[in-house]
Structure formats: structure tokens, C-alpha cells
Design a protein around this ligand. Structure first.
Ligand code: PLP
Length: 428
């Protein structure tokens, strides 16, 4: 069946024709037939260079042999145990070896639940209720966390102290009372908010490189300020590394940026495409879970297929780190440079920013985007047209303008992409 036909049938049985709001589409969405390396093929036989990579997880590319072989070996030994097994111990050892803050961990299935688990641990550790989050940062779709992601700026309160804005109809609104929202990258505003509320803040949570609203690294010194304020006010620091984990470095953003949080949450890239998440933290904090004082559970936690994939994937990321990470940065930066010159040649005001293994293309004449309000001022309609123009030419990027790289992207993929970008920009 072709994509159009599938979409028509899907709309009769799947609400909106899709299984996640992140996949809603103004046009016939992508129906994947198969994916290998940096490429995928849709149900109509069209080939794409894939920069979505399942929204980030596929650092080794699609169907990486290390992951496929590990899952195949496990398949005939059982798909789910809800019991202990050797692979979960090996996977946990790998996470603890790679991630600086990981002295003890617990596995979950998806990032959203791991975030809520980490918040519970922070509340248990401090006896406080409030969580301070940054405007534009995404911490999953669950009620407690889905606040102030992309609010309408005119109703989101003052830039220096935004008010919590719920992200969905039907959301439990009482959670907003436990949130404080701060602007990203504004040390002064954060200092003021922490002087007022610091004594009731259990944790400050952030995407250490913001990837759900553009791709915005912390400005120099900002993370040091955050860490100092957390210490001064007795709050924990939580990194949501669901995107940055195992992508910016084997040890995630905390290794890349040199700041070690108290707790961190991982998802996406742990298991090379299988649903595995983890809460990792310093032993002094995670011991609350050890002692059973803070509850944590899940039928599918440390599912053996996921653990097999995690062991296969993390073993390669660790063993081949000197090949993998330089490749992600070099190809990412080469592509960023190519897009910048294509935009300059076309006379299109564009900012291309991010570390390389993940980056963002913004339609703006500004030379920096530092927080959510800056992002909201970029031309998002042009970004949507750009996405469409690329997609119809066989380049798949995250619709809001985010690009993920894998070790499977080659120089030939980059050259072809830059040529198509030049063509697409003429249409935008
Ligand atoms: N945190 C961040 C930073 C994310 O990007 C996401 C998902 O995109 C989540 C949490 C939620 O993870 P999941 O979709 O696996 O529930």
C-alpha cells in the first residue's frame, strides 16, 4: 500500500492518523517501509537521507549490526521477564562507566516517565515540592512536565519571570503550582527567582543543550551559575539528557560541557532505537531508591530486548568513541557550513547553530538565538516551508528545523544534502 492510501485508512482508526502528536502533518506523512544506515525508504519506494533518526536515538544509524545482532540473539531467549537478568547488569555497568553522574541507576522505558521519576527522587531527597524549569525546554508529555514548552508569548508573562503555561487541554492544572519557570541563559533572572523561591525548590531541571526549541547551548558561565545557585539553596540539579545523552559525547552533555549534575535522565540513544530510558544519579541521592524510601517500578523496566540493544549499542559507542564522536562533529559541522553558504548564496537570512551532532536551522536575520522568546521571533512559517521543500526532495529533517547526525552519514550524503538545500531555499 502507498503512503496516501495508508494515511487515508489510518485516519479512520488512529486519531489524527498518527500515534504521536509530534508526527501530525499538514500533508501525507512519512510511512517508512525500511531504514538502513542514514537512509530510509517510504511506502512509495522514495529514498530519503534521514536527519530525524527516530527523533534522535540512532547515533549508529538505522539497523546497526551491533544492535540487530544483540536483539536477534535475545529474541529466542525471551522477550519479557519482569525479573533480573545478566544483560541489565551489563547495561547498567556501561551507563555507570560512561556517564559522569551515574553512580547508581534505574531503567525505565521512555523518557517522559524517567523525568517524573527523577523529580520524585529530588522531592524525596529535599522534602520540597517545587521544580524550576526553563521556558521552551521539553521534559516529556506527562501532565506534571508539559508546561511552558512553546506558549503564546503574549500570554506567557514577563520574559524575566514567565508564568507556567499548560501544554494541553485536559491537563491536570494543579501541577502548575509546583513549577517555577525561568528564561534560559539568563543568570540574573535565575538568581532573582532563586532568591525568592530557592528555599522551596527541590530541583532545577534543564535540557543542558536545549534541543526542543532550536538548538541552544548554555552561554559561557551559565551552568556554573546554575550549579552554584543549586548548592546555595539546597536544590538538586537535574539534566534531562534524553536527547543529548550518548550523542554529544559518550557521557552526554555533562561530559561535553564539564558540569556534573546530581541526577540525569536518559532515553532515546541508550539502546539504539529500542525503548529504554534511565534515571542516573549520585549514590547519595539514588540511595533513597535503594532503601525503598522513594518508589520506582515498571513492568517493562530493563526489558531483555531493550537491554540487549543497550549493551550492543553502548559497547560500540564506548569501544569506538575515537571514531564515532569526531565523525558526528565533523560531518555535522561540514553540513552546517554547507547550509550557511547555500543560504548566503540564495540571499536568505538564516542562522545555523548547534554543536554538530545535532543542530538547528532558523530563518532569522539575527545572529543569535539564546532563549525561547528569541526562537519564537524567528520565521517559523518559513521553517515549515523549508521542511516541506526538503522532504519532497528526499531530505528528512525534524519539521521545526532540527537536524540529527549519525555515524552512518557520509560525505556523499552531506554533499547531496547541501545541493538539495540550495534548491529548496529557492522555493522557500
Ligand atoms: N526529555 C527530552 C529532552 C525529550 O526530547 C523527550 C522526547 O523527545 C522527552 C524528555 C520524553 O521522552 P519520550 O518521548 O521517550 O517519553
Amino acid at each position: 500500500m502507498g503512503s496516501a492510501e495508508l494515511y487515508e485508512l489510518a485516519q479512520k482508526v488512529l486519531a489524527g492518523g498518527v500515534s504521536s502528536d509530534a508526527r501530525r502533518s499538514q500533508f501525507v506523512p512519512l510511512y517508512v517501509d525500511r531504514a538502513h544506515g542514514a537512509h530510509l525508504w517510504d511506502a512509495d519506494g522514495t529514498e530519503y537521507v534521514d536527519y530525524v533518526l527516530a527523533q534522535g536515538p540512532m547515533v549508529l544509524g538505522h539497523t546497526a549490526p551491533a544492535v540487530v545482532d544483540a536483539v536477534n540473539r535475545q529474541l529466542t531467549r525471551g522477550q519479557a521477564y519482569a525479573a533480573q537478568h545478566e544483560l541489565e547488569v551489563t547495561a547498567a555497568e556501561l551507563v555507570c562507566r560512561l556517564v559522569p553522574c551515574a553512580e547508581l541507576i534505574r531503567f525505565n522505558t521512555v523518557g517522559s516517565e524517567a523525568v517524573i521519576g527523577a523529580w520524585r527522587i529530588a522531592r524525596g531527597a529535599t522534602g520540597r515540592q517545587k521544580i524550576l524549569k526553563f521556558e521552551g525546554h521539553y521534559h516529556g508529555w506527562l501532565d506534571a512536565a508539559l508546561w511552558s514548552l512553546h506558549p503564546a508569548v503574549d500570554s506567557a508573562g514577563p520574559a524575566r519571570s514567565p508564568r507556567p503555561v499548560p501544554g494541553s487541554g485536559g491537563q491536570q492544572l494543579s501541577g502548575g503550582a509546583d513549577l517555577i519557570v525561568a528564561p534560559w541563559n539568563d543568570a540574573e533572572a535565575l538568581t532573582a527567582l532563586m532568591s525568592e523561591h530557592g528555599h522551596e525548590v527541590a530541583a532545577v531541571v534543564m535540557e543542558p543543550v536545549l534541543c526542543n526549541t532550536g538548538c541552544i547551548a548554555p552561554v559561557p558561565g551559565f551552568l556554573d551559575t546554575v550549579q552554584r545557585l543549586c548548592r546555595e539553596h539546597g536544590a538538586l540539579l537535574i539534566f534531562d539528557e534524553v536527547i543529548t545523552g550518548f550523542r554529544l559525547a559518550p557521557g552526554g552533555a555533562q561530559e561535553h560541557l564539564g558540569v556534573v549534575p546530581d541526577l540525569a535522565v536518559f532515553g532515546k540513544a541508550i539502546a539504539g532505537g529500542l525503548p529504554v530510558a534511565a534515571i542516573a544519579g549520585k549514590a547519595s541521592v539514588m540511595e533513597l531508591v535503594t532503601r525503598g524510601e522513594v518508589g520506582h517500578a515498571g513492568t517493562f523496566n530493563s526489558n531483555p530486548l531493550g537491554m540487549a540493544a543497550a549493551v550492543g549499542n553502548l559497547t560500540v559507542l564506548d569501544r569506538d568513541r575515537d571514531r564515532i564522536y569526531p565523525h558526528l562533529y565533523a560531518t555535522g559541522r561540514r553540513l552546517m557550513e554547507g547550509i550557511r553558504s547555500a543560504a548566503a548564496d540564495a540571499g536568505v537570512p538564516m542562522l545555523v547553530d548547534g554543536p554538530g551532532p545535532v543542530f538547528q536551522t532558523y530563518f532569522t536575520a539575527s545572529d543569535s538565538v539564546l532563549d525561547y522568546r528569541d526562537f519564537a521571533a524567528t520565521d517559523r512559517a518559513a521553517a515549515a516551508r523549508f521542511h516541506r521543500a526538503l522532504f519532497t526532495r528526499g531530505i528528512n529533517i525534524v519539521p521545526r528545523g532540527l537536524w540529527f547526525l549519525s555515524v552512518a552519514h557520509t560525505d556523499a550524503d552531506i554533499d547531496r544534502t547541501v545541493e538539495i538545500v540550495a534548491e529548496a531555499l529557492r522555493e522557500v
